[in-house]
Design a protein around this ligand. Structure first.
Ligand SMILES: C[S@@+](CC[C@H](N)C(=O)[O-])C[C@H]1O[C@@H](n2cnc3c(N)ncnc32)[C@H](O)[C@@H]1O
Length: 303
């Protein structure tokens, strides 16, 4: 019996496996990057997508498989790690799912999307519900290849899209570890006022954008209790997770940042204890986005 399935990003299967093990959720088998579990679905930061209602369905023919899926609902995305040819024939008989790149800050699609795979040529695993509105949990954007000085802005766009919120024009943002300025660029484009904090300089084109000021300081030298309140605190600082955790806890204790969005970066082995500590913060959202490398995005938004 399969009660849930978790899709890891390529190369992050071991992190997902360890997270599930620590949460006491079993993995009966892996189907490509999909961990199949006999236990009910629960939070999993390392899953791009979680299938919350999987069921096994006999599929004696291509037509029978497509009919069974259509009988459940309209919109389906396929995750195929085996039986590709047969899977493609089934997919052809289903309404096409348009995975159109988003134009940030347009919202994530609201339409309902399920996911299916072929466990065997004649056996479907289909989940009418999943946690991500995107195919394979991967959001794609119409990219800006001219403006931002680094591709890190895509990670921020993904985080804000998943959170369903972003800074409004005029809101005050602190961007810790801002250089060369991908995040600052994205925030300034939204019309926010951004104080970029880094010992390294911003790209001059970003530094001269309206609303951007630079503070050549260490993120850890700021005293949250003495800083004027900010609407958003962002951090993409490279540091050990425990150090970032202490920084985040200081800002939360001071109550001077309404919303926080931070990258928790891992060097070498993943610090799962730190990930658990971030997830345990009241109101925490913790996820591994499609644009994240060996890191998690932590967020805590104002209610
Ligand atoms: C991954 S980069 C940030 C990329 C940036 N978010 C962007 O979109 O272009 C990490 C940055 O953290 C900065 N950094 C490292 N230690 C720092 C500290 N103590 N205070 C502020 N920035 C720091 C580094 O100088 C580096 O620019």
């Amino acid at each position: 019996m399969i009660a849930s399935a978790y899709l890891a990003a390529e190369g992050f299967e071991a992190d997902l496996a360890e997270e599930l093990r620590r949460a006491g959720r079993r993995v009966s088998t892996w189907h490509g990057r999909l961990a199949l579990s006999p236990d009910p679905a629960g939070p999993a930061a390392w899953a791009l997508d979680t299938w919350t209602e999987p069921r096994e369905i006999a599929a004696p023919s291509v037509k029978a498989a497509a009919d069974a899926l259509r009988a459940l609902q309209r919109n389906w995305s396929a995750y195929l790690s085996a039986h590709h040819r047969r899977g493609a024939l089934i997919a052809e008989r289903l309404p096409p799912v348009k995975a159109r790149p988003l134009v940030f800050p347009e919202p994530a699609p609201a339409s309902h999307l399920g996911a299916w795979t072929l466990l065997a040529p004649d056996r479907l695993l289909a989940s009418p519900a999943k946690t991500s509105p995107f195919v394979h949990g991967e959001v794609a954007f119409v990219e800006d290849r001219e403006g931002p000085p680094s591709r890190a802005y895509l990670k921020l766009w993904e985080a804000l899209t998943r959170l369903g919120r972003h800074p409004a024009p005029g809101e005050r943002c602190l961007d810790l570890g801002a250089s060369p300025g991908g995040w600052t660029w994205a925030l300034a484009k939204l019309g926010a006022r951004v104080e970029a904090v880094d010992k390294a300089p911003l790209d001059p084109r970003v530094a001269s954008m309206p609303g951007v000021t630079m503070r050549e300081e260490s993120a850890f030298a700021l005293d949250p209790a003495k800083e004027p309140p900010v609407d958003w605190l962002f951090s993409d600082v490279i540091c050990y997770p425990a150090r970032l955790l202490a920084l985040v806890q200081r800002w939360i204790a001071a109550g001077t940042a309404r919303n926080l969005v931070c990258t928790v970066k891992f060097q070498g082995a993943t610090d799962h204890d730190a990930a658990v500590a971030f997830a345990a913060i009241e109101g925490a959202v913790l996820f591994h986005g499609a644009h994240n490398k060996h890191e998690l995005t932590f967020a805590r938004l104002a209610p």
